[in-house]
Design a protein. Sequence first.
Length: 202
Amino acid sequence: MGSSFKLKAISRALLQRCEHIAATEAPITEEDSRNLARNHQEDRRVEVYAPGAALDAGEWGALVAAIVCVTPSTLIRSAATGLWKRREETSFYASSVMLPAEIFASAIRGHWAVESENHWARDVTLAEDASRIRVNPGVMARLRSQALNIARANGVTNIAQAPLGVARSIPRHTLLPRPVKSIEQACRNRDRHLTISDVAEP
C-alpha cells in the first residue's frame, strides 16, 4: 500500500523539481474529466509523471515513485451579471507508488469530496469557524454533527439549502398564534393563554 501527499508547504524544493519535470517531460498516463453543475463547469486534467533521476539528488528520491499534476479549469457564471469567469490552478501530488491516472483522479476527487461534504458544510454553512461560543463549545459541535447526520440520513445533498427546506416544511400554525379579530373572540378562547399581541388592531 502506497501513500500520496499534496506538495504545498511540505517541501518547496521538491515542488519546484516536480514543476520542472511536468514542464519538460511527457506524462506517462493522463485522464480528462468534466463536471457540470448549475452555473459551474469544471474541466480537470490529471497527468502522471515518472520522476526518473530528477529527484535522486534530494532526500525524496527513494520515496517518490510518481508525480501527479492536477489542473482544473473552472468556469463560474455570475448570477448577477450572467458573465462567466475562468479560474485555473495547478496542484502537484507525490506518490510512493505508480498508478494509472484514472485511479489517482478518483482518489483525489474522493479526498475533496470529504472536504466539501464535511469541513465546508461545518465551517461555512453552519458557521462553525465564526462561532463565538467559548463555554463548552463541544456541545454545539456535537449538535452540528447530529444535524448533518440527520440531514444526510434523509437524503439531503445540499446542506446549505436544508435549513430553509426544514423551515418551509413546518406548518405555520405551529409557530405563530392564530390572530383574533376582537376582544370578545379572545375571551372565548379560554383553552389557551393569551397576550395582548394575540389581539389584532380593529
